[in-house]
Design a binder for this molecule. Structure first.
Ligand SMILES: *Cc1c(COP(=O)(O)O)cnc(C)c1O
Length: 305
């Protein structure tokens, strides 16, 4: 049964990659690991934290070309309001990083970064069943609920996430051994703001982060992203307002653990199946029943003959 779960996932990856090939002419390696970050583009949802880690992987591959590396495809899709400058800047970073990697023969077999245009329900219908890792990495305290997290979970993706929004209920349902939880809790976030958050300290104390921020300054595919580097380190008003640097090391090591678990196929398949099974709790019927009882104070109509 576990092997069947994996075979279904692989079929879904093929269907998705065919869909993308028809739509864009782009080939996505179905044997790479599908890491999926799909939701509105917003600073609090921290697509930027994901990108920082990808840049770290890219630097790693360049520095250690002979080290074994699980091929990974990072898929982003998002909507951004046309006036949201920072969101568009992050989309641009994702696109240029993807372009540089694609043009580097030493790296493109191992790493791909794709920003899919026009994220909508049809795209989600192809993408969600193909996902192997679901990125739910908002800064703790910011996501009211989220629904994408559950769609990906019921389709057998593992979740890497913070203790935020519905991730908390998912953790209760599936257990911490079947989910990749990382980062500050919302009370730790509050305390860090009160103490005075200084992102530059995290930069100073983490060699990887320094290399990554430096790479942003130099840029990708001929385009500098020094403005994003200074957003993280000095900011206009407050530096790194969504604490990407504070959560970076925890995110990086947790992501690496997920990739290492993925090498153990049977373990991964088992976790995937347990995630699907635990989703029963998120049925709309249960949820609506609780609303009816606890919030709306209404009774169910009994069936009339
Ligand atoms: C589910 C869904 C969303 C919301 O995703 P979140 O991860 O909960 O923010 C947005 N757009 C589409 C097309 C969706 O299917």
């Amino acid at each position: 049964m576990r092997a069947k779960v994996r075979a279904i996932k692989h079929d879904n990856k093929i269907a998705f990659s065919n869909h993308i090939y028809r739509q864009t002419g782009r080939l996505i390696d179905t044997h790479s690991f599908y890491d999926v970050h799909i939701k509105r583009l917003h600073e609090y949802k921290r697509q930027l934290l994901n990108v920082l880690n990808i840049i770290g992987l890219y630097i790693d591959i360049k520095e250690n070309p002979n080290k074994e590396f699980q091929p990974q495809t990072f898929l982003f899709a998002a909507k951004a309001a046309p006036g949201y400058y920072m969101a568009k800047n992050i989309i641009k970073l994702i696109c240029f990083l993807g372009k540089e990697i694609e043009n580097d023969p030493a790296v493109r077999e191992k790493l791909a970064v794709v920003f899919l245009e026009n994220y909508n329900v049809s795209m989600a219908e192809a993408l969600v069943p193909a996902a192997e890792l679901s990125e739910q990495i908002s800064l703790a305290g910011k996501e009211a609920s989220g629904t994408g997290c559950m769609k990906l979970m019921i389709n057998g993706a593992m979740t890497i996430g913070t203790l935020d929004g519905a991730n908390v209920e998912m953790l209760d349902a599936v257990g911490e051994e079947n989910m990749y939880i990382f980062g500050l809790t919302s009370s730790e976030v509050d305390n860090l703001w009160l103490r005075g958050y200084n992102s530059a300290e995290f930069y100073a104390n983490n060699e990887k982060l320094r290399k990554i921020i430096n790479a942003l300054n130099i840029g990708f595919a001929g385009e500098s992203f020094a403005d994003i580097a200074s957003y993280l380190l000095t900011g206009q008003g407050v530096a790194d307002p969504y604490m990407c640097l504070a959560d970076f090391e925890s995110y990086r090591t947790t992501h690496a653990r997920a990739i290492s678990d993925y090498q153990d196929k049977d373990k991964w398949n088992r976790m995937s199946l347990l995630n699907i099974a635990a989703c029963g709790y998120f049925a709309a019927d249960r949820s609506i029943k609780e609303y009816a009882e606890n919030i709306w104070n209404i009774k169910r109509l009994t069936d009339k003959k």
